[in-house]
Design a protein around this ligand. Structure first.
Ligand SMILES: Cc1ncc(COP(=O)(O)O)c(C=O)c1O
Length: 463
């Protein structure tokens, strides 16, 4: 293994020391600050790094961004802790339930209440029984939409797996929204080629009386566009409601949780949904999803998950999973912070190598996804294989692109994760279609990406 002898570690230690000094400077006298400096100088003494020079340089440059990410983590963690306190979360909530799940010692209720408070929603259901983000989103949409109504996608084409839900492709007879008489319309993303976002002019006159639901996908998904900011989501929501106050504004919140200081429901969005094997599962929740928003709409989504009449009071969850749902939510702000640091690093290093990246290096993040345009299938595959080799699980597996349930294109996944398909753990993937973009996300610590990127650069050089 190569050991690079240069200055990354010094930088990291300098960064830690600086943070410690700030605390000393605000709380202590000058003599104690000097004493601290002396002891700190004795303590920090490592100059070796495993990182390659390109990564090392990037880590150096990114220290101010990393500090700013940490401050967001602190704010979001504070919010989680307050919500857990208000919900009086205790170890009895981890006991879980069996059968119908009628006797769960209040765990479900406490989790839902804490989650709703964290995201600024009236109500929430957080359940292991949602198979995935797509399932939670579909439950929310089927809960809201009725025959004769229209679904309007506001920020361009929704994520690939929603195409079959909407009825844009898929097996006839499986009950897509289209088969239930719900029409679909889509507003193009403005200046898509220039990484635009919402077409505000088009949106200003797009909502019709029959538009029952406006769908905003917060994250870019598999498209080369800007992720929506919470400010943009709020602006869109106001424009939609001004045209039709009855139109439900729904946000696909996958990959957006805890990236900013607020969630869509905190700025008035009616309903949102996401996956627990992404951001809010904190890398440890084994399965599930959530729906949050106005109480009546959350109950309608719950009726799709369960059945009308059963609602949110049923559904058993084992004790082990119940604890993980709480613990994962607690860990989530930190893990999202690490994922963002990883994505900043990917952007910095890959842009330095001449690749097009989205978002651009050192740009403030609004989700945890970092896209890199590889340009050819060979480079895309080589990138994913190098990532897989540095994963903790299945490092010996050689990923290949293949058909995947819900996707129209072949997709290659590098996801040597503890939880199958978890994209809050370090992973990357990409559809095998032009312009061969790899989407990188997750990671429990940014240094994992720092190690991976060294291997990626070597693999690309070897082609
Ligand atoms: C923006 C967005 N929405 C929805 C989904 C679907 O989530 P899941 O794979 O959990 O069904 C994804 C998946 O990556 C996504 O990126």
């Amino acid at each position: 293994m190569t050991i690079w002898l240069n200055h990354t570690m010094k930088t990291v230690y300098w960064y830690n020391e600086l943070a410690a000094e700030r605390i000393y400077a605000t709380r202590c006298s000058l003599p104690s600050l000097i004493a601290h400096r002396k002891s700190a100088n004795r303590r920090y003494s490592c100059a070796a790094t495993l990182f390659c020079p390109q990564v090392d340089r990037a880590v150096n440059v990114l220290q101010p961004e990393y500090l700013s990410v940490d401050l967001t983590v602190a704010s979001n963690m504070d919010k989680v802790l307050k919500a857990f306190k208000n919900a009086r979360v205790g170890s009895h909530h981890f006991s879980g339930s069996t059968g119908y799940g009628h006797t769960d010692a209040g765990g479900r209720e406490a989790l839902d209440a804490a989650f709703a408070e964290i995201v600024g929603a009236e109500s929430a259901i957080v359940r292991s029984q949602f198979f995935s983000g797509t399932h939670a989103i579909a439950c929310a949409l089927y809960g809201v939409l009725r025959p004769g109504g229209e679904l309007l996608a506001v920020a361009g084409k929704p994520y690939d797996t929603l195409e079959e839900v909407i009825g844009l492709r898929g097996t006839p007879g499986h009950g897509s929204l289209k088969e239930y008489g719900i029409s679909y319309r889509e507003l193009e993303c403005w200046q898509l080629a220039k990484c635009g976002g919402i077409d505000w002019d088009a949106l200003a006159c797009a909502v019709k009386p029959e538009t029952q639901c406006a769908l905003l996908q917060r994250s870019c998904g598999y498209s080369w566009r800007n992720t929506l900011t919470i400010d943009e989501i709020e602006r869109a929501q106001n424009i939609i409601k001004a045209q039709n106050p009855n139109c439900v504004v729904f946000v696909d919140n996958c990959y957006g949780e805890f990236v900013e200081l607020k969630e869509p429901t905190a700025v008035g969005v009616d309903l949102m949904a996401g996956s627990l094997i992404k951001n809010p599962g904190g890398t440890i929740v084994p399965c599930g999803g959530y729906v949050a928003g106005k109480e009546a709409l959350v109950k309608a989504a719950a009726a799709r998950l369960a059945a009308p009449g059963l609602g949110i009071e049923v559904g058993s969850t084992s004790g082990e999973v119940m604890r993980l749902l709480f613990q994962g939510l607690f860990l989530s702000p930190q893990m999202v912070g690490e994922a963002i640091k990883g994505s900043l690093l990917v952007a910095e290093v890959m842009a330095g190598e001449g690749f097009k990246v989205q978002p651009h290096p050192r740009i403030k993040r609004y989700d945890i996804i970092q896209a890199v345009e590889m340009g050819t299938p060979e480079l895309l595959v080589a990138f994913c294989r190098a990532v897989q080799k540095r994963c903790p699980v299945g490092s010996y597996i050689k990923p290949t692109a293949g058909a995947t349930a819900g996707y129209g294109s072949k997709v290659i996944f590098a996801d040597g994760t503890f939880i199958d398909g978890s994209t809050s753990e370090l992973s990357c993937d990409g559809p095998l279609r032009e312009p061969y973009v790899v989407f990188c996300q997750g990671g429990t610590h940014w240094t994992h990406w720092a190690l991976v990127l060294g291997d990626v650069l070597e693999a690309l050089k070897a082609l």
